[in-house]
Design a protein around this ligand. Structure first.
Ligand SMILES: Cc1cc2nc3c(=O)[nH]c(=O)nc-3n(C[C@H](O)[C@H](O)[C@H](O)COP(=O)(O)OP(=O)(O)OC[C@H]3O[C@@H](n4cnc5c(N)ncnc54)[C@H](O)[C@@H]3O)c2cc1C
Length: 389
C-alpha cells in the first residue's frame, strides 16, 4: 500500500533512481523507455514477464488508431505503432499487423461519432460504407440494419500482447534496466527524499516509483478508483468456410448492437482462431486478482455465444477455447495515468478500462518522459489522476 511517511527519510544509498512496479503492458514499456534514455531503473514483476495471470495475454488484441474513446488517444496509438516497429526490428518478435478495421453502428451513435471525431481532429481521410456495402464486402456480419454504416480505420489491425511485453523487457535489459522478476512488491512508502519499496526479502530505495500494477493497482494505491473486473477471452471456429474468417478477409471490428452493447473481434491470424467478445456482460464482476476464478464455466460464454449465433452465423456458436483475463475500470472508462497531487516521487499508469494494450508503448514513453521531466509528446491532461482526488 502506498503511504506517505515523511518522518522516515531515506537513510541509505539509493538502489536505483527509478523503479517500475508491474511489468505488464504499460510497465514493461515504461521500463524500456526509461532504460533507453540511459536511466538507472529497476523493473519489478511478481511473475515472469509475458505471463497469463493479469490483463496482457491471449495472443492478440485489437489495434486501432481512430480511437472512439478520446481523440487525444490518436497520437498515443501512432506513437505506440512507431515504437513497436522499432522493437520488432530490435528483437525480431512480431508485435502489430495492420489490416484495417471496421467500426459499425448507426450514424450518430457513440462509436460512429467517436471515430469520426478522431478522424476529423487528426485529418485522417476515412471511407464510410453503407449497409449495402457492408453486406457485400463483409458478408460474415449478419443482421446489418439498413441504417447501419461502417467507418474503415486504415491504421487498425491486431497486436500481440505477450510478444510486446517480452520484447520491451528484453530491450530494457539490453539498455541496462535491471529486472527483478518473481518478486511481489508488498508496499510502497513515500518518504523524505524518495520511496521505499517493500518486498518479502528486502526493502529497496529509489528516488521515484512508477506503479503500473494493472488489476492489482487498488492494492498498492487504494486512494485511486481502480476497479479490477474479470473479463474472459473467447475463441470461435468457422462452421464451414475457414477462409471467410481469415484476418485478411475478416478484419478487426467493433459493432454497436441494437441494445447499446458492443461486440468486438477479428479473424484468425497465425493461431487459426477467431476471437470475439462482448463489450459488456452481466457476468463481468469486480474481483480480487489474487483470488480470481481461473476456471471457465458456460456462464463465461453464454452472452457471447448468443451474439455469435445471431450476428456471425458462419461461426460455430460454442467457443473452442476460453481463458480468464481481467481489465481495470476507472469511473469514466479512461486511463488514470500521471502524477497524483503532482508528487515528484510517484507516477501511476493504470485503469486501462479494456482499451489500453494498443497504447502500451506510447503510454510507457509518456510515463518515462514524465519521470525524467521531459515534456510529453502529446497532451495527457485527460488521463490526470487528480480528476478523482
Ligand atoms: C478480454 C479482454 C479484451 C481486451 N481487448 C483489448 C483490445 O482489443 N485492444 C486493446 O488495446 N486492449 C484490450 N484489452 C485491454 C488490454 O489488454 C489492457 O488494457 C492491458 O493489457 C492492461 O495492461 P496493464 O499494464 O495495465 O496491466 P497488466 O498487463 O496486468 O500488468 C500489470 C503487471 O503488474 C504486475 N504486478 C501487479 N502487482 C504487483 C506487485 N505488487 N508486485 C510486482 N508486480 C506486480 C502483474 O503481475 C502484471 O504483470 C482487453 C482486455 C481484456 C481482458
Amino acid at each position: 500500500m502506498t503511504s506517505p511517511s515523511p518522518s522516515s527519510p531515506v537513510t541509505q544509498p539509493y538502489d536505483a533512481d527509478y523503479a517500475v512496479v508491474g511489468l505488464g503492458a504499460m510497465g514493461s514499456h515504461a521500463f524500456w523507455r526509461l532504460a533507453a534514455r540511459g536511466a538507472d531503473v529497476l523493473g519489478f514483476e511478481q511473475f515472469r514477464p509475458g505471463h497469463n495471470q493479469g490483463s496482457t495475454h491471449g495472443s492478440t488484441r485489437l489495434f486501432r488508431t481512430l480511437c472512439l474513446e478520446h481523440p487525444g488517444l490518436v497520437p498515443v496509438a501512432r506513437r505506440s505503432l512507431a515504437l513497436w516497429r522499432e522493437l520488432e526490428e530490435q528483437t525480431g518478435l512480431p508485435i502489430v499487423r495492420i489490416t484495417g478495421g471496421l467500426m459499425i453502428g448507426r450514424p450518430g451513435s457513440e462509436i460512429i461519432n467517436g471515430v469520426r471525431e478522431a478522424a476529423e481532429v487528426h485529418g485522417v481521410e476515412v471511407r464510410t460504407l453503407t449497409a449495402a456495402e457492408i453486406r457485400k464486402e463483409f458478408p460474415q456480419h449478419a443482421g446489418i440494419d439498413d441504417e447501419d454504416v461502417a467507418i474503415l480505420d486504415p491504421e487498425a489491425g491486431v497486436g500481440r500482447p505477450e510478444n510486446a511485453v517480452l520484447a520491451a523487457t528484453r530491450a530494457a535489459e539490453a539498455a541496462g534496466g535491471r529486472l527483478v522478476e518473481r518478486v511481489a512488491v508488498s508496499g510502497i512508502e513515500l518518504v523524505d527524499g524518495g520511496v521505499i519499496i517493500r518486498t518479502a526479502a528486502r526493502d529497496f530505495t529509489v528516488r521515484q516509483v512508477i506503479v503500473t500494477a494493472g488489476p492489482w493497482m487498488y492494492q498498492l494505491l487504494p486512494s485511486l478508483p481502480y476497479q479490477p473486473i474479470r473479463t474472459p477471452l473467447t475463441w470461435f471456429t468457422p462452421a464451414v468456410d475457414a477462409a471467410e474468417f481469415d484476418l485478411g478477409r475478416f478484419p478487426t471490428f467493433i459493432r454497436e448492437l441494437p441494445d447499446g452493447n458492443r461486440m468486438w473481434g477479428h479473424g484468425s491470424d497465425t493461431d487459426h482462431a477467431v476471437k470475439i467478445g462482448p463489450e459488456d456482460d452481466p457476468h463481468y464482476t469486480l474481483v480480487n486478482p489474487d483470488e480470481v476464478d481461473r476456471s471457465i464455466s458456460p456462464a463465461d460464454y453464454t452472452l457471447v455465444s448468443e451474439l455469435v449465433s445471431r450476428y456471425l452465423p458462419g461461426l460455430q456458436p460454442e467457443p473452442t477455447s476460453a481463458a480468464p483475463c481481467m481489465i481495470t475500470r476507472s469511473p469514466d472508462m479512461q486511463f488514470i495515468l500521471g502524477r497524483p497531487h503532482g508528487d515528484p516521487r510517484l507516477l501511476v499508469g493504470g485503469g486501462d478500462s479494456g482499451h489500453a494494450f494498443k497504447h502500451a508503448s506510447g503510454l510507457g514513453e509518456a510515463l518515462a518522459q514524465m519521470a525524467v521531466g521531459e515534456p510529453t509528446y502529446t497532451d495527457f491532461t485527460f488521463t490526470d489522476p487528480d480528476r478523482f482526488l
